[in-house]
Design a protein around this ligand. Structure first.
Ligand SMILES: [Ca+2]
Ligand SMILES: [Ca+2]
Ligand SMILES: [Ca+2]
Length: 304
């Protein structure tokens, strides 16, 4: 999916930089959400959501989802497929696969029922079209799931959600426990978004985005110049308030340095009282009018 080494023009805060960056191929149908931890009603109650990222319906006839060695044909009952209710995914729509039976997500009718399990330690999933081409994949059988929770964890039974396959590629977050829908087999609220926009996607479309242009890794003279720009995808940049925090590299807590700054600018952090040779990190945090927060953290840098 990634084409590396292509040249792209990147404009940053009036600077024009040439660099070799990864360019993502436009996604069509993606693996969008994985309930690998199951639900509160049962850890075996796993489900998977596909998303059509295009404005046209996609016919899934002949397509196959692979979970490790298990093949799940998306249009015929064979191998890992127990029942097929739909084999088309609507424009910008979702496709819900429930494991074993339709009570996994009890208030929604699955598009497909399958058998096969997702190990809590990770799995490789591959989505193939009718020609056998890989359309999307998750490779974490060895590395483990990048997001989501089992019965323990920050948000028990929260799903693993794709942030935005179009803009962000293969970036996953844990369902936030707030934006959620659906009921499990016991009538508990599902900590995920079956057949609906992911909490990660909704938040991405509302949270401020911060670009930290300095300081960069290496050494920095005092005062340290902190430079940033921030935007709000669903609001005006002028409505953002910027706060700057610092901490010793790797420390737990941040210390507020300054607040109420504009969405774009620079600030000289006076660190003259601090020892030379010590390493620090800077965080620039933007808060919008809805009190939504976005931030960016620098690499560690050393005072000289
Ligand atoms: Ca169901
Ligand atoms: Ca979803
Ligand atoms: Ca916002």
């Amino acid at each position: 999916m990634m084409q590396r080494g292509s040249w792209k023009l990147v404009a940053l805060c009036g600077l024009v930089l040439f660099g070799s960056v990864a360019v993502l191929a436009a996604p069509t149908v993606v693996l969008n959400e994985v309930a690998w931890g199951g639900t509160a009603a049962g850890s075996q109650d796993e489900w998977i959501e596909l998303r059509n990222c295009t404005g046209a319906a996609v016919d899934l006839t002949g397509w196959v989802l692979l979970i490790g060695e298990t093949r799940i044909p998306l249009s015929v009952v064979a191998e890992g497929t127990v029942e097929v209710r739909a084999s088309t995914i609507e424009a910008n729509g979702f496709f819900l696969l429930e494991r074993t039976d339709d009570t996994t997500v009890s208030d929604l009718t699955a598009d497909l029922l399958y058998k096969g399990s997702l190990s809590n330690s990770g799995a490789d999933l591959v989505l193939q079209d009718a020609a056998g081409n890989t359309v999307d994949q998750i490779v974490c059988g060895e590395a483990g799931w990048p997001a989501g929770c089992a019965s323990s964890g920050s948000v028990p039974f929260a799903t693993m959600e794709r942030v935005d396959p179009v803009a962000m590629g293969d970036v996953w977050r844990t369902n936030d426990g707030l934006i959620a829908c659906g009921l499990d087999a016991a009538g508990n609220k599902i900590v995920g978004t079956p057949r609906a926009a992911n909490s990660a996607t909704v938040n991405y479309m509302k949270d401020p985005r911060v670009q930290l242009l300095g300081p960069v890794a290496g050494t920095s003279a005092c005062p340290v110049t902190v430079q940033w720009q921030a935007v709000d995808p669903d609001g005006s940049a002028a409505g953002l308030e910027i706060s700057i925090f610092v901490r010793s590299a790797g420390a737990e807590d941040w210390t507020l340095v300054v607040e109420h700054l504009a969405n774009q600018g620079s600030f000289g952090w006076d660190c003259s009282a601090l020892p030379k040779g010590a390493s620090y990190e800077v965080k620039v945090m933007a808060t919008d009018r809805d009190r939504r927060i976005g931030s960016a953290t620098s690499e560690a840098f050393t005072l000289r």
